[in-house]
Design a protein around this ligand. Structure first.
Ligand code: IMP
Ligand code: MG
Length: 178
């Protein structure tokens, strides 16, 4: 079997380019239908979602905007755990229909901490689009409105997803060899 070496780990093919693109087209078709006339604003979370966001957005045929943000996670000044802030959210999101674009939802911690900050600014609506979801790992109940592919609780790389910064550059997705 073909193998991909990323740093000290070995990965094997998991999701083909065709499968990924087919699922993205299905999700885009739903969004095109449901957001007709609503001029949604896609909010893509960097770094991992850059390939997915680009391919998804290319399939969007209705009027829509996209912006890219980066989430910075740091310990609060008190010992009150993690604070997540968004860098680069320069669009006015009040009264906008938001579609948050993620590469993968694992525990759900990231979105659980971050979504309230978007909701604070009173968007007209907020939905989540993710390329991958690991239902077995998700500890926060999140409504995932558009999920391309549900996967088992295994570490994956490729198509934007990284292992320690590397492995993002491939058209297919690999999983850790067991
Ligand atoms: P969560 O907050 O646990 O849902 O995790 C979200 C982030 O963890 C994702 O946006 C990824 O950056 C990273 N992540 C989780 N699982 C994987 C994986 O299998 N491969 C690469 N990155 C992952
Ligand atoms: Mg990410």
């Amino acid at each position: 079997m073909r193998e991909l070496k990323v740093l000290d780990k070995t990965f094997v093919p998991f999701l083909s380019q065709e499968t990924i693109q087919e699922k993205i087209k299905e999700v885009a078709a739903s969004i095109n239908k449901e957001y007709q006339g609503k001029k949604p604003l896609f909010v893509a979370i960097l770094n991992g979602s850059f390939m997915f966001a680009a391919d998804l957005f290319k399939e969007i045929t209705i009027d829509a905007e996209i912006c890219f943000i980066k989430l910075a996670s740091y310990k609060g000044t008190q010992s009150t755990g993690h604070v997540i802030t968004a860098i680069g959210l320069d669009s006015n999101i009040t009264d906008r229909h938001l579609i948050v674009v993620e590469d993968i939802i694992d525990t759900g911690n990231t979105l659980h901490s971050f979504l309230p900050q978007l909701l604070n600014q009173q968007p007209a609506s907020l939905k989540i689009a993710t390329l991958l979801h690991k239902p077995e790992a998700t500890v926060h109940p999140l409504t995932i409105d558009y999920c391309c592919i549900s996967i088992p609780n295994k570490f994956v790389v490729g198509y934007g997803l990284d292992y320690d910064g590397f492995g993002r550059n491939s058209k297919e997705i690999f999983q850790l060899k067991s």
